[in-house]
Design a protein around this ligand. Structure first.
Ligand SMILES: [Zn+2]
Ligand SMILES: [Zn+2]
Length: 347
């Protein structure tokens, strides 16, 4: 067994504190990673508060993990000690179902093994995430991270980055496309950066006029104030793709009105209650309303390589572990630009 220091929530909605855990010994196909940084995703808060049900405690959150390989198993081909490595939201999947064979492990028919608050594929060994000093993972679920990227700022690419990259790629975003991004938070700021790096003309759609300057700094060419009904008229039929990152209640029909003929709107946020959709919002203009969930391992590597090539990382605030509970409080108020990242040196 491999001992690790960590931070855990002892029970639902309780403050996180120091915790000790054992990782499995390094198997022939495993890599041991000394974690350097871990991003703090809004999912961590949902899980710690058991807002989606079924949470198991103590819980060590964290699925935006970057660090350095400390040891590799005998059969490992792609990593060696000293390499940079990352782990995102998944640590394994069945690897044989139709989804896994299409490199869409996030939709594994058996259910992927998620990085924390989940189990390994044996369905009994619990998984603990990246708010920790070390982690052991199958090579097939470890990602390569370019030394050209700022390592701490690259951590959020493992969830926020791939969650926004995947729909941009799936809907074939190309230079000159008009992309609307709804909401400027952890996901939204990555969507602006990535769509801009792909050559799209990005418009930030936000209820807050105070977000305009930041949106433009991040790469947005336009801004639409969604608390003003005139914005929906001005931008009617404009966008090839709208990436909607908002999890607060809002009217999808209004936003679909800004999608062009045969364009698409993709939901990444999960509002607390279902939203009514008028069929006419889709019928007029043959529009698509879809959703998207992270990305497969192959696409996550492609995203990391794209970010290295275009020097895209997250805007972060680096914090020590003792500040994690305070950071959760600030995230709930939207007071972070745009991702907290935990520094493992402070563990
Ligand atoms: Zn996440
Ligand atoms: Zn599968």
């Amino acid at each position: 067994m491999i001992h690790a220091k960590a931070y855990a929530a002892p029970a639902a909605a309780q403050p996180l504190g120091p915790f000790e855990l054992d990782r499995r010994a390094v198997g022939p196909h495993d890599v041991l990673i000394d974690i350097a940084f871990c991003g703090v995703c809004h999912t961590d808060i949902h899980q710690v508060r058991d807002e989606w049900g079924g949470a198991v405690f103590p819980m060590v959150p964290g699925h935006e993990i970057v660090g350095r390989v400390a040891e590799v198993g005998a059969e490992v081909k792609g990593f060696k000690p000293g390499d940079l490595a990352g782990i995102g939201c998944m640590v394994d999947s069945c690897r044989v179902c139709a989804s896994c064979r299409r490199d869409l492990e996030q939709f594994c028919e058996k259910g992927a093994a998620f990085t924390y608050n989940s189990t390994e594929m044996d369905r009994s060994t619990r998984t603990y995430g990246g708010y920790a000093s070390r982690i052991v993972v199958a090579e097939a679920f470890a990602l390569h991270i370019s030394p050209r990227l700022d390592l701490a700022a690259a951590a959020p690419l493992l969830c926020a980055g791939i969650t926004t990259y995947s729909p941009l790629r799936h809907w074939n975003t190309k230079p000159g496309d008009k992309v609307g991004v709804v909401g400027l938070g952890g996901l939204g700021h990555m969507a602006v950066k990535l769509a801009s790096a792909m050559g799209a003309e990005v418009t930030m759609l936000s209820t807050s006029a105070a977000k305009e300057a930041d949106a433009r700094r991040l790469g947005a060419a336009g801004f639409g104030l969604t608390s003003d009904p005139a914005t929906f008229k001005r931008l009617a039929g404009q966008f090839d793709l709208i990436i909607d990152t908002i999890s607060a209640p809002h009217d999808y029909n209004q936003y679909l009105g800004m999608v062009r003929l045969e364009g698409a709107m993709v939901l990444l946020g999960v509002p607390p209650a279902p939203t009514p959709i008028a069929a006419t919002s889709l019928i007029f203009g043959r529009k698509t309303l879809s959703g998207s969930l992270i990305g497969g391992i192959k696409e996550t590597q492609e995203m990391l390589d794209f970010c290295a090539e275009h020097n895209v990382v997250s805007d972060i605030e680096l914090i020590p572990f003792e500040k994690i509970n305070e950071a959760y409080g600030r995230m709930l108020k939207g007071d972070v630009r745009y991702r907290f990242v935990l520094d493992t040196k402070t563990l």
